[in-house]
Design a protein around this ligand. Structure first.
Ligand SMILES: [Zn+2]
Length: 189
C-alpha cells in the first residue's frame, strides 16, 4: 500500500470492499488513474493495428494495448481480434467459435504455425487451409485423410497429375513436392 500516494490511498480505502481480486484492482486503478491521453493513444494504436506478420507478434501487441484500456466485454475483444487477422486465419478462428480471447489467440497461433509448416513443404503453392488438417490433433474433428488415398489412381488421373506437377500421394496439382516427401504422407507415418 505504500506504493500508493495519498489520493490513491483514499480512493482505494473507499473501494476496498468492492474489489474482488488483484486483477479487479488493477482494472479499477487503470480506469481511474491512467491518463485519458494514454488510453486514447492505446485506443488509436489498437484501431490501426492488424496482423501483417506472424499471429504471435500481432497477438502480443493486441494484448499489450488492450491491457492499457478499460476492460472490454470478452465477445467484443474476440471480435476485434479476429477482424484484424489475415482472412484465411480469421476464417478458421470463426469456424471454431472461441468463447474467450485466450482461446481465439491459441487457435489463430496454431493455424498460423500449421500454414507455415505446410508452406515449407510446398514452395509453389500453399495448400488450401483444410480444417481437417489444421486441427488434425484435435479429437473433436475426425481425421480421415486415408479415405482420400484408398481409391487407386486411374491412368488418366495419374497422367493429369504428372502433367500438372502434381503429387501422386495427396493428389494436389502444382504440389511442389513428390509423393515420397508428401507432407500428408509424412504426417500420417
Ligand atoms: Zn502430396
Amino acid at each position: 500500500m505504500t506504493l500508493f500516494r495519498k489520493k490513491a490511498l483514499v480512493w482505494i480505502r473507499a473501494k476496498a470492499s468492492s474489489i474482488l481480486s488483484w486483477n479487479d484492482l488493477c482494472t479499477q486503478i487503470k480506469d481511474v488513474f491512467s491518463p485519458i491521453s494514454e488510453q486514447q493513444a492505446a485506443r488509436d494504436r489498437l484501431d490501426a493495428l492488424k496482423q501483417t506478420n506472424s499471429v504471435n507478434t500481432f497477438a502480443s501487441e493486441f494484448r499489450r494495448l488492450t491491457l492499457l484500456l478499460p476492460k472490454l466485454p470478452e465477445q467484443e475483444l474476440i471480435d476485434k481480434f479476429v477482424r484484424k487477422l489475415k482472412i484465411p486465419i480469421a476464417k478458421e478462428v470463426y469456424l471454431r467459435d472461441p468463447q474467450t480471447i485466450d482461446e481465439a489467440m491459441r487457435i489463430a497461433e496454431r493455424v498460423d504455425m500449421i500454414s507455415w509448416r505446410l508452406r515449407d513443404h510446398s514452395s509453389n503453392q500453399l495448400p488450401p487451409m483444410n480444417p481437417r488438417i489444421a486441427f488434425a490433433n484435435d479429437q473433436s474433428v475426425p481425421m480421415d485423410i486415408s479415405a482420400i488415398q484408398t481409391k487407386r489412381l486411374t491412368d488418366k488421373e495419374r497422367a493429369y497429375l504428372l502433367a500438372n506437377q502434381g503429387c501422386l500421394y495427396c493428389r494436389k496439382t502444382q504440389a511442389g513436392h513428390f509423393a515420397r516427401n508428401c507432407p500428408d504422407k509424412l504426417r500420417k507415418n
